[in-house]
Structure formats: C-alpha cells, structure tokens
Write a protein that binds this ligand. Structure first.
Ligand code: NAP
Length: 249
C-alpha cells in the first residue's frame, strides 16, 4: 500500500492537540510538509512543529480561528507562501459545549456550529482556489463524529454540526470528483483526548459497555485512517468511515 506523501503539503486544523496533533505527525512521517493550525494553544503547536522538524520533515504553525473566514483565507495564503502548494486539507478543529437543549444557551449553540460546521466551510472554501489551480487533484478529510450519525443526548448542537459536516462531505465529493479531488469524513467514537478527558467515571463505564473493543480509541488510531484517506485511498470519495471500536450509541 502506497502511503508516500513526499512533495505534498497538508493543512491540519486544530493540530496543536489530540487527533489533529496525531494526524499532523502521521502525515509528516509519510513525508508531507505540514501546516499546523491552532487557535489558543500556541506553545503546544510549536512543540508539534519541533517534533516534526526533529523527524526530518518541514512544518509551519499558523494561528487561525477556523470560525473566521478571513483567518482561514490567511491560513491558506500562509501555506502557499511558505510551501508553494496545498494538496491535503484535514478539517479537524472542533469544540463541544454539551447541554440538554432545554438549558442550551444561544452561544452554546452558535459557538459549536460556527467552529465545527462553518469552520469546515471556511477552511475548505479558502483552499479551493489554489487546489483547483494546481490541477493535480487533492484530498479533503473532515473529522465528523458518530454523534453526527446517531445523535446524542446533550449534544444537539454538536450532532447537528457533525451531521452537517457529513452532508457537506458527500455534496463536495460530487462537486470535486471531476477534478480528482476526493472528499471523505471520519467519524470517531470515544477517543482519549482532552475532549473526552472530563467524562465522569460513571459515564466512562457506561460507554465502555457499549464498545465492542471494550476500550476508548487513541488519537493515533484515528490518524491512521486519515493517513489512509490522504494517501493510498485513490478511489474512495464521499464516504464516512467510523473509527469507534464498534460503538452502539
Ligand atoms: P481536542 O483534544 O480538544 O483538540 C481540539 C483541537 O481543535 C485543538 O487543537 C484546538 O486548538 C482546535 N480548535 C478548537 N477550536 C478551534 C478554532 N476555533 N480554530 C482553530 N482550532 C481550533 O479535541 P479532539 O478530541 O482531538 O477532537 C478533534 C476533532 O475530533 C474534533 O472535530 C472533534 O469534534 C472530533 N471528535 C473527537 C472525538 C473524541 O472522542 N475525542 C470523537 C468524535 C469526534 P487550540 O487548543 O489551539 O485552540
């Protein structure tokens, strides 16, 4: 299987921590130049950059809030200025603001939609022109969630955003197929990151009983699937791959 990304440039949003960080490291290991996007964790992003450079690949870290269109345009410009091309976009940045809908405040709704759904539109639209201009195909991988497939109590905002990301993925795959740009999504289940770090022991035990593999996933296990979609999976587009250890929600 060919997992060689030498000569390719990948932008990974939310690459300072968690799944984004693991993905940036995995793509770099396969030879890609990496644009590490972050919003608040500048120091952590610099550490990812140093780790990639120490392993012999090239990296650039760029602060951009994905919920801002102008920030995403600046992110795409920085990638082009520095590496002269963009081949792969990983839309990974995301947040949660869980609450039952009866208690969900307007800002808990809009912050999650703005970051997790509009952020995907913003970054994808911003890279589209350079990607099309290169005429050499490309890969877009969106990090959705099983919540966007099944729904989840307390996550109406998050599930709506991730369900939107899945519909966006399938639509864009149809728009860009003729340009050899594939667009796919991964839908992680429960993965050990800061995002799931605050789950109570009781909730965690309840979740474990519903996962066939009997454990939470690791960020690296999601990154492996993203790497596959970003490299060798040339005839896969418009798909959603669950990375959830067989979770029954
Ligand atoms: P995490 O550890 O909390 O990391 C989130 C990342 O997103 C951080 O690098 C953060 O950067 C970045 N981010 C947040 N808001 C941003 C913004 N407005 N602009 C740019 N970057 C922003 O979360 P994770 O678990 O790795 O989650 C990564 C993705 O996987 C998310 O889309 C999440 O919804 C999805 N997912 C996770 C799980 C899970 O169980 N962990 C399950 C399903 C789906 P800064 O710290 O620099 O702000």
């Amino acid at each position: 299987m060919k997992m060689d990304l030498k000569g390719k440039t990948a932008i990974v949003t939310g690459a300072s921590r968690g799944i984004g960080r693991a993905t940036a490291l995995a793509l770099a290991k396969a030879g890609a130049d990496i644009v590490i996007n972050y919003n608040r964790s500048g120091e952590a992003a610099e550490e990812v950059k140093a780790e990639i450079e120490a392993a012999g690949s090239r990296a650039l870290s760029v602060r951009a809030d994905v919920s801002s269109y102008s920030d995403c345009e600046a992110l795409a410009s920085a990638a082009i200025d520095h590496f002269k091309r963009i081949d792969i976009l990983i839309n990974n940045a995301g947040i949660t603001a869980d609450n039952l809908l009866i208690r969900m405040k307007p800002d808990e709704w809009s912050s999650v939609i703005d970051t997790n759904l509009t952020g995907v539109y913003n970054c994808t639209r911003a890279v589209m022109r350079p990607l099309l201009k290169q005429k050499s195909g490309g890969r877009i991988i969106n990090v959705a969630s099983v919540s966007g497939i099944y729904g989840n109590t307390g996550q109406a905002n998050y599930a709506a955003a991730k369900g939107g990301v899945i519909a966006f993925t399938k639509s864009l795959a149809k728009e860009l197929g003729s340009r050899s740009i594939t667009v796919n999504a991964v839908a992680p289940g429960f993965i050990e990151t800061d995002m799931t770090g605050e789950l109570t022991e009781q909730f965690r035990e309840g979740v474990l009983s519903r996962i066939a593999l009997g454990r939470l996933g690791r960020a690296e296990e999601v990154a492996e699937v993203i790497l596959f979609l970003a490299s060798s999976a040339s005839y896969v587009t418009g798909q959603v791959i669950a990375v959830d250890g067989c979770l029954a929600l």
